[in-house]
Write a new protein. Structure first.
Length: 429
């Protein structure tokens, strides 16, 4: 009986660590990235002017959004909770005025101004990604105006200032009360509940989209939190993951370089020295010696650049092995456009197409196998069939058994290639 080596112990320890990693990874809730909001699609999701316009629109009960005073009421209640001395008449909310980009004679610009007659005003300064400018909020407090109206019109105790910004951002001026976006959208969220929704569907969608934009920009979504958790897990187990991946990559590269020799024990009848093949890289092609056509005079050397070359291709890659899928393609390439066109004319003729469809139907009867017959493509590289086979790696044996099956399944394509080449050769004589 073979003794336990240090290599065995290393592999056993690696298995234990990866099992631990797998258990922790499985505990992370899998959440897909949410759909992009309109502003995210337009790449304006951090633009303060767009946020300003949207917030003012929904705060203004006179706008045709269908929320009436509901959004404004939620906002004023938040201000009432935070601003000492602020109170408002809930029966007169429809008389509240909301304006944006209000400029004073001193060239100080308020993002949003909310006023109720001459009883009180709320000066709102909004921030998304930017920081407060030099002495900005202090200038706003010290300004004698809101727009063209003197502040003295309002009782000093009824002048209120709100700094609406991401978490942990605060205004320099003590007169400003800090309100974060996360708290604001949490207060607005109940207005999107179906049970209380009376506004038009379009307004509901716009309002929800705005809240989602704010949420995405100012706080970590569940998807982002999960991604961060995965990153922390990857950092913790980095050495073990790297060790396994390096071994995986080394094995894949070895099979990419030596696949013909590894394939030979499993190859079907007819696999002989007449087959030429390429090694290295993940896309591995092979073809019969008689298939390429070189556009040269008799007796000249045939270069590696063929005027026409039909071939088969399979893919050995990390992704293909990890997903247990073997991709097998039958393709055409070549520098001579006239020859390619003639070859395609034959392959896409009705009779040949019927034969390929019958072949595809037989292949698809095999469990888990799919095949596609792409439409004609006049580009330099043309794919005639794309087939995906399931397989178990089994140290490579399962792959090569499946590759042998693929080659057997596509013998009809090889025969069609021969016929097309004979047709072209006849026309060239």
């Amino acid at each position: 009986m073979r003794g336990i080596t240090s290599s065995d112990m290393a592999v056993d320890e690696l298995r234990r660590v990866l099992a631990e990693f797998d258990a922790l990874y499985s505990n992370i809730e899998q959440v897909s990235a949410p759909p992009k909001t309109t502003l995210e699609i337009l790449e304006k999701h951090y633009d303060e002017d767009h946020w300003n316009r949207l917030l003012r629109y929904f705060l203004d009960s006179k706008e045709p959004h269908g929320f009436d005073e509901a959004v404004l009421l939620q906002f004023l209640e938040l201000v009432e909770e935070r601003c000492d001395g602020f109170h408002f008449d809930r029966y007169a909310v429809d008389e509240v005025d909301v304006q944006r980009e209000v400029v004073t004679p001193n060239d100080n610009r308020a993002d949003i101004i909310i006023t109720y007659e001459q009883e009180w005003f709320i000066w709102i300064e909004m921030k998304v990604r930017s920081r407060e400018g030099t002495n900005q909020t202090n200038r706003y407090v010290e300004d004698d105006y809101i727009g063209e109206t003197l502040k003295s019109t309002f009782d000093e105790a009824n002048r209120f200032y709100v700094y609406l910004a991401p978490d942990r951002s605060t205004a320099d001026a003590d007169a400003f009360v800090n309100l974060d976006w996360t708290t604001l959208i949490a207060a607005f969220q109940p207005l999107t509940q179906t049970g209380v929704r009376e506004q038009p569907l379009q307004s509901y969608a716009q309002f929800t989209d705005f809240l989602n934009t704010v949420r995405s920009e100012t706080s970590m979504t569940q998807h982002e939190a999960n991604q961060q958790e995965k990153v922390e897990l990857a950092i913790e187990y980095h050495d073990s993951i790297s060790d396994v991946r390096e071994a995986f990559e080394s094995v894949v590269e070895s099979h990419q370089e030596n696949w013909p020799q590894r394939f030979e024990p499993y190859a079907p009848a007819g696999w002989d020295d007449n087959w030429h093949y390429h090694t290295g890289g993940k896309k591995l092609s092979f073809y019969k010696q008689t298939w390429p056509i070189a556009d040269v005079e008799p007796g000249e050397d045939v270069s590696s650049s063929h005027s026409l070359r039909p071939y088969f291709q399979h893919v050995i890659s990390l992704d293909q092995i990890a997903s247990n899928q073997l991709k097998f393609k039958t393709q055409l390439t070549g520098a001579n456009e006239d020859l390619r066109t003639k070859f395609q004319d034959y392959l896409y003729s009705d009779g040949v197409r019927t034969r390929l469809e019958e072949m595809a139907a037989d292949i698809e009867q095999r469990k888990g196998t799919t095949i596609r017959l792409p439409e004609r493509d006049d580009r330099k590289y043309t794919r005639f069939t794309i087939t995906t086979y399931p397989f178990d790696w089994e140290g490579g044996e399962g792959y090569y058994r499946t590759l042998a099956q693929a080659l057997t399944d596509h013998q009809e394509v090889g025969e069609i290639f021969n016929e097309a080449l004979q047709e072209i050769a006849y026309e060239r004589t």
